[in-house]
Design a protein around this ligand. Structure first.
Ligand code: ATP
Ligand code: MG
Length: 137
């Protein structure tokens, strides 16, 4: 079993798609191991996306991610990191495969409904950034 870190981003929470996305997460075979609704501050969003600090979209991305509450999740499944990336689809909803979450709920390359860790090291960092050890037992 593997764990990954996921976010239902502020666009999807604001448009009341969180319930549908959670249903799709469960239908895809993930177990929710931790979950919290949280409105990130700009600083918290900047710390989370620090790897993208030098990118031109960093300011807009962190404004968006701190624009309203999001849902933070620890998801468990066999090969969870890869499986969750597949369930989400491509970063740009316009290029995402049919049946993926970003295709169905994303509205732009920035406002793309969900986040997922991209490797074991990032999953470990991101789970630890948002959840305390006790929440992940
Ligand atoms: P995430 O890390 O959120 O799961 P990802 O790994 O598919 O997404 P990254 O390259 O890590 O994509 O980009 C992080 C986030 O930054 C994207 O999910 C998207 O919200 C935003 N983003 C990426 N590229 C652009 C861009 N060209 N313009 C605006 N926003 C972008
Ligand atoms: Mg990424």
């Amino acid at each position: 079993m593997e764990r990954t870190f996921a976010i239902i981003k502020p666009d999807a929470v604001a448009s009341r798609k969180a319930g549908q996305i959670l249903a799709r997460i469960e239908a895809a075979g993930f177990t929710v191991r931790a979950m919290r609704l949280q409105h990130l501050t700009k600083k918290e969003a900047e710390g989370f996306y620090a790897v993208h600090r030098e990118r031109p979209f960093f300011g807009g991305l962190t404004d968006f991610m701190s624009s309203g509450p999001c849902i933070l999740l620890a998801l468990e499944k066999q090969d969870a990191i890869k499986a969750w990336r597949t369930t989400m689809g491509a970063t740009d909803p316009a290029k995402a495969d049919a049946g993926t979450l970003r295709k169905d709920f994303g509205t732009s390359i920035e406002r793309n409904a969900t986040h997922g860790s991209d490797a074991p090291e990032t999953a470990a960092f991101e789970l630890g950034y948002f959840f305390r050890g006790m929440e992940l037992i």
